[in-house]
Design a protein around this ligand. Structure first.
Ligand code: LIP
Length: 265
């Protein structure tokens, strides 16, 4: 019987509670209030409702912790060492289009280090969770990254910049290099689920630039606790600062980094 820590129980409990309104709203997306945050970038009343529930549940359990939330921004806590990093709906554009690939993402950062992550895909009831030193799991099943050794056998996930976003040219150069070397590339539309799929061995790697801390924080813990590697484009650990991320298993991470470097050489 797998024993979960009190911390993970708090995070998974909050995600499950917030998912109730999310699944209900998904069934009535045409009735949702939606506003534009920027070009092709939307927030709906569903995002705000989920974020409010997550904040209430996490605050009830850990009153002094701070927050960094996609909609609410930075909210300082009395305890400066602990910060929740929260994306109420990762894959909002999918959600608003009725594409069933979105999730709730919650991470805990302690003393500047990501130590726990939960990514909950409510429609499939897939609860991905991990805590530093305790491994990564999908519901009750322990996760390991894939064992594929060759790029030509690998399937990668990525994010594609869109209208109003920077980075179109650099991305097209990266895509051009990757296409020549791998077995497949997927654009699922949720960075948090892309990383969860790497942790689960469904994808062999993932890369993206221009990504936000709340999109990737929980997924980073999942991949590392499943035996994978996650760095910025320089091979370092400035992922949340740079918004550049490369994830893969121990055979493919370095070759992926080299390909990205070659695309910008
Ligand atoms: C999305 C990410 C995705 C990225 C999109 C967007 P959101 O997050 O999950 O990987 O390509 O541009 O940032 O906006 O759905 O929380």
């Amino acid at each position: 019987m797998m024993v979960r820590s009190a911390l993970l129980n708090v995070m998974m409990g909050a995600a499950r509670k917030a998912a109730r309104s999310l699944v209900r709203d998904y069934g009535e997306i045409e009735n949702l209030q939606v506003s534009r945050k920027g070009p092709s970038d939307f927030v709906s009343s569903a995002d705000l409702k989920v974020e409010k529930t997550l904040r209430q549940e996490l605050k009830k359990a850990r009153p002094a912790y701070g927050f960094l939330m996609e909609e609410g921004g930075e909210i300082a806590g009395d305890d400066k060492s602990n910060r929740w990093i929260v994306d109420p709906i990762d894959g909002t554009t999918n959600f608003l289009h009725g594409i069933p690939n979105f999730c709730i993402s919650i991470a805990l950062e302690r003393e500047g280090e990501l130590i726990a992550g939960v990514v909950y895909q409510p429609l499939g009831d897939e609860m991905f969770h991990a805590e530093k030193g305790a491994g990564a799991f999908l519901n009750e099943r322990r996760l390991r990254v894939s064992a594929r050794r060759k790029l030509e056998d690998s399937v990668l996930a990525t994010g594609i910049p869109f209208h109003g976003r920077d980075g179109h040219e650099p991305f097209l150069r990266e895509l051009g290099v990757m296409m020549k070397n791998v077995a497949g590339i997927r654009r699922f539309g949720s960075a948090a689920l892309d990383l969860a799929y790497v942790a689960a061995g469904r994808c062999d790697g993932y890369w993206e630039a221009g990504i936000k801390p709340w999109d990737i924080a929980a997924g980073i813990v999942l991949v590392r606790e499943a035996g994978g590697y996650v760095t910025d484009y320089e091979g370092g650990n400035k992922l949340l600062e740079t918004g550049e991320i490369v994830a893969g298993n121990d055979h493919l991470h370095q070759p992926l980094l080299r390909l990205i470097k070659s695309a910008h050489a």
